[in-house]
Structure formats: C-alpha cells, structure tokens
Design a protein around this ligand. Sequence first.
Ligand code: KIV
Length: 271
Amino acid sequence: MSTQAAKPVRRITVPQIAARKGGEPIVSLTSYHAHTAAIVDRYADFILVGDSLGMVMHGMDSTVGVPLDLMIMHGRAVVRGTQRALVVVDMPFGSYEESPAMAFRNAAKVMKETQCGAVKLEGGRRMADTIRFLTERGIPVMAHIGLTPQTSHVMGGFKTQGRDEESWPSHIADARAVAEAGAFALVVEGVVEPLAREITKAVSIPTIGIGASAECDGQILVLEDMLGLNPRPPKFVKVYGALGDMIETAVRSYAEEVKSRTFPSEEQVYR
Ligand code: KIV
C-alpha cells in the first residue's frame, strides 16, 4: 500500500486569471454556501461571493442593505468549501466609497477574516484612486462597471447600459481607468454586445461578462439564477437546472408522507 499523501490542490491565482486575457474563456459563478461552492469549485476558475447574496439568499430588494459582516460570513463558508478556484469577495455598498483608507481597512478585514484571494468593488473612474491605493498595498482588486447594482438608485433601476452610442466613451474610459489603476480583471454587467466588444478590446485585463454577451473574456452568472432557484431571474439568464421545481417536489413528497404516516421508519432509512 502506498503511503504517499495526495498532492495538495493549488488555488488558481490572481496573475493566472489576469494572464487569461484573450485566451481560454474564464468560467465563473457566484456562490455563498460551502457545499454548493465545493461543486462549483470543480468547474470555475474563480468564485465570487457577490453581494447579490442579499437578494438571492436573504430576500432583500437590492444589494444596498448588505452589511460587511454578512459578506465575511459567506466568504468564510465558500473558502472553507473550496480548494481550487480563486475566491473573490464583494465589498458591499458603504464599505469602500468614502476614502481609499476606509476601503483598505475594510478590504484588509475581508481578506484576513475570509482568507479569500481578492476583493471586488463597483465603479469606474471614480474608484480608480481607491483601486490604485489597494493594489499598491497588496490587495488584488476586481473592478465592476456598466450596470452597477449598488448605484441602481442613481441609475434609475437595473437598466441595460450603452443603448445610446454617445454613452460608450464614458464606459470605455471607466474600463481604461480601472485597468490602469491596477485592477486584475473587470466585471462588465448589463451592457449591449457592441459596447462589450469595445470595452474588451480597450483593456489588457480580462473582462467578465454578466448580461453583456459572449464578447467578453469570461462569463459569470449568479448560481441561484442559473439553477432555477430565483422565481424572477434577470431576462438574460439561461436557466441550466430546475432546482426550484426539484425542491418543491421533494418537500411536497415529504409533507405527504408525514401526513399519511408513510414516513419511513428508522430501519428503512439507516439500513
Ligand atoms: O453580486 C454579484 O453577484 C455580482 C455579479 C452580478 C457579478 O456582482
């Protein structure tokens, strides 16, 4: 019998993701839970603990109310459940916008307490100084432009960006600013396909699309949306599994068995 221990799996690193620009498409999903993250870990290059967890896990109306401690709690679960994918944790609204120093304090807390590999924050040119401040001090940053849900109140809701060509230079300037500031990758959310193409051409870091066409260097979806667990998923989401229906069927069968006293005995279950 061999006594050799299995080789530890090495996590995908920030430079490895950055090096995928224009190469093999980057696969990513959100995850908020240790056991589902363990499954996602086998297929995703990076896993985002997104602040969408406020909406899909905690029933909030928007991501604005998500506290930092909630991100840290879910971030720890996902790091615990995974061994291969890079884990990126979202900085929630109000935890980084005020000043670079505040962003550093909170991002360092997230990294220390979750052991994640990077943080993500929303904003283009307006966040460039903060991104530079963090990356120069050892915190890898993924940026997020286009439709930025944390500022949906200012944007007038969750609206596709770039329908008017006059707005393109502003989005492209945002992309360039965060890339020049040191972001290692860039989520591009809810933009029209030709704008996604232009943004992807304009920067040397990988773009990760969500509702932004296949013209990006990678894709991300919210896991609960693509698994059919969100009764109202965004229009652009392809639902790959019908877990909502499966849970309903399982819960209904259980309830019926309990009520009809056909619930299995211990010997049947623990054979
Ligand atoms: O919070 C989130 O899930 C995100 C994705 C939409 C990229 O930021």
